[in-house]
Design a protein around this ligand. Structure first.
Ligand SMILES: [Zn+2]
Length: 561
């Protein structure tokens, strides 16, 4: 009796000690929660740090604070989160609202004062707790599509007091989901030369058999030695067709757990290991994200748990065994995959295809490559594995392997441009060449004397490019010398062909004005409500500069009363 009581007590104790307060945070919108992106779903170079909430294909919806607190950070940037608001709550959690169109009037005023003081659209502020307090259910902003957002939505996050994003659904934010995760591909990965799958010593795609009940099998496979597996899998919620991420993946070999990935929470400083977690080569070549259900060196993702033999199984000769994968979404809908395995030696000794060696990279050392006028410097541990890197320089084109190897950090490319004429040197930059047509893409380039250097986090093909053409500036909604009394905004289109826009500066009658740059529409917009022009005759001047310093000045006169 005593024993039973203790059990019940412990059960209740654990429940009440749930680390995440329930019903504390509300839906930040007043429309039904429909997601276009889920927490920790797989994105380019990172796990998604929040929920992407649909805003009915519109901008301007009220955004409510998820709970009372104070505005502790505001960031306005051209890219990334665009206009973003951070609210700190009394319980230590921080809620984040991004890609906003505008802030609520009091916050908007605070931001504009800072922008006019710094004469910059891009600003970051850390208000003190008493400056911008917010009450529960207060409207703090309006939803938008600012920054690197591909369509109107609200990006919403909850972070703990160590800046780690946590799945907001753990706080009771509810999204309807009765659908089970689905699988679209499965791969086997022999770990080394002593193992094989179906006589292959390298990655092998297995044929997936969907079952009537929603689970999956593969045909029995013949294998031996240490083997890992990888899957392509998604979850869908009831109210949208978007392919979202899972909440948990576990694997079992003959009933024993061998691997778990739990997508509850992560740190920003580990999010890049996503490139180690997925099969980066398949992603680069087919745009498909295979999640590897085993842990390779250097992958320190905290979401990986309870690992036995790093998730690899050991298949013994003349045995029958079964490998199972359990996929779960946040609502607990689950899908199983079973892979029957027969232990058998390979029919013949098959060797992995040999790469043509050029230069061998030792991952745990500094690696320096040099040819003609180009030097490449990889700091220690830029790579996860040792490998043969393909390296070649001819006519200023640097071929540095292919962009199929994941990197943990940036490395440096340096070109010596002493053979160029002095007037040309100013206009040169280092470009990465991408796509079928090998289009040059500016990468941030610094020049010291005859040395041009750039840092990047991808391998691939690079070249020197020259930009001698200045940006263009064209009025969109006004003409020179006209009355513009009825206009609420001034809009111009700006563009630069090769190196891209670096900065811009606009004034009316010599006074700096705030122009919002929308890089997706190539526009600069001024809002007359900012109240800068006060005279009848006004001079608008805009200077736009590209990344190698070519600049264009646009001037016009307009009248207003
Ligand atoms: Zn997002």
């Amino acid at each position: 009796m005593k024993y039973l009581f203790a059990l019940v007590f412990i059960g209740q104790f654990c429940y009440s000690q749930s680390p995440y307060p329930q019903d504390y945070f509300r839906n930040p919108l007043d429309v039904t929660l429909v997601l276009s992106g889920s927490f920790a779903e797989l994105r380019s170079n990172h796990f998604h740090s929040g929920l992407d909430i649909k805003t009915q294909q519109r901008t301007g919806l009220n955004v409510y604070t998820a709970a009372e607190g104070y505005v502790s950070r505001i960031k306005v940037s051209h890219y990334g989160y665009g206009k973003a608001l951070y609210i700190t709550h009394p319980n230590g959690y921080v809620s984040v609202y991004a890609h906003l169109k505008k802030f609520a009037p009091e916050i908007e005023k605070y931001v504009k004062a800072c922008q006019y003081e710094k004469e910059s659209y891009e600003v970051e502020m850390f208000p003190s707790p008493n400056e911008l307090p917010v009450a529960a259910d207060e409207v703090v902003a309006f939803s938008g599509n600012s920054g690197s957002s591909g369509g109107p939505h609200l990006h919403f996050e909850i972070r703990d007091n160590e800046e780690r994003p946590i799945n907001p659904m753990l706080f009771g934010i509810d999204i309807k989901d009765t659908k089970r995760p689905f699988i679209s591909a499965v791969y086997a990965y022999p770990k080394n030369r002593n193992s094989h799958v179906e006589d292959s010593k390298t990655r092998k795609e297995l044929r997936l058999i969907p079952l009537k009940n929603g689970d999956y099998n593969t045909e029995p496979i013949e294998a031996l030695g240490e083997i890992g597996f990888g899957i392509v899998s998604y979850d869908q919620q009831d109210l949208a067709h978007n392919k979202n991420g899972l909440n948990n993946i576990q694997t079992f070999y003959n009933g024993n757990k061998s691997f778990e990935m739990d997508f509850k929470r992560f740190s920003f400083n580990e999010t890049r290991h996503l490139n180690r977690y997925i099969d980066f080569e398949i992603f680069k070549e087919k745009k498909s994200r295979v999640q590897k259900l085993f842990v390779q060196s250097g992958n320190t993702l905290s979401m990986l748990k309870d690992v036995d033999n790093h998730g690899y199984i050991k298949v013994e000769d003349s045995t029958n065994s079964v490998y199972k994968v359990r996929l779960r979404d946040f609502k607990g809908n689950e899908t199983w995959l079973s892979i029957p395995i027969k232990g058998k030696p390979a029919k013949e000794v098959l060797e992995a295809p040999e790469l043509k060696p050029n230069t061998y990279i030792l991952a745990n050392q500094v690696n320096e490559l040099e040819q003609n006028n180009v030097k490449v410097y990889f700091p220690k541990n830029t790579f996860y594995d040792d490998f043969h890197i393909a390296f070649d320089v001819s006519n200023d084109t640097l071929k540095l392997h292919r962009d199929v190897v994941p990197l943990t950090k940036s490395y440096t490319i340096t070109y010596d441009i002493k053979n160029y004429a002095d007037d040309e040197k100013d206009k040169l930059f280092i470009a990465s060449l991408y796509g079928y047509y090998q289009r040059p893409n500016y990468i941030s380039t610094k020049r010291i004397g005859n040395l041009l250097s750039a840092r990047t986090k991808s391998l691939g093909t690079f070249a020197l490019a020259r930009d001698t053409v200045s940006p263009t500036i064209q009025p969109v909604n006004f003409q020179d010398g006209k009355w513009l009394s009825k206009l609420s905004h001034l809009k111009v289109k700006i563009d630069d062909d090769l190196s891209g826009i670096s900065n811009y500066r606009a004034t009316i009658n010599g006074q700096w004005i705030l122009m919002e740059y929308d890089y997706k529409k190539d526009t600069l917009t001024y809002d007359f409500q900012d109240n800068i022009s006060t005279t009848t005759e006004n001079n608008l001047k805009i200077i736009v500069t590209d990344n190698v310093g070519n600049s264009t000045t646009f001037e016009t006169t307009f009248y207003r009363k």
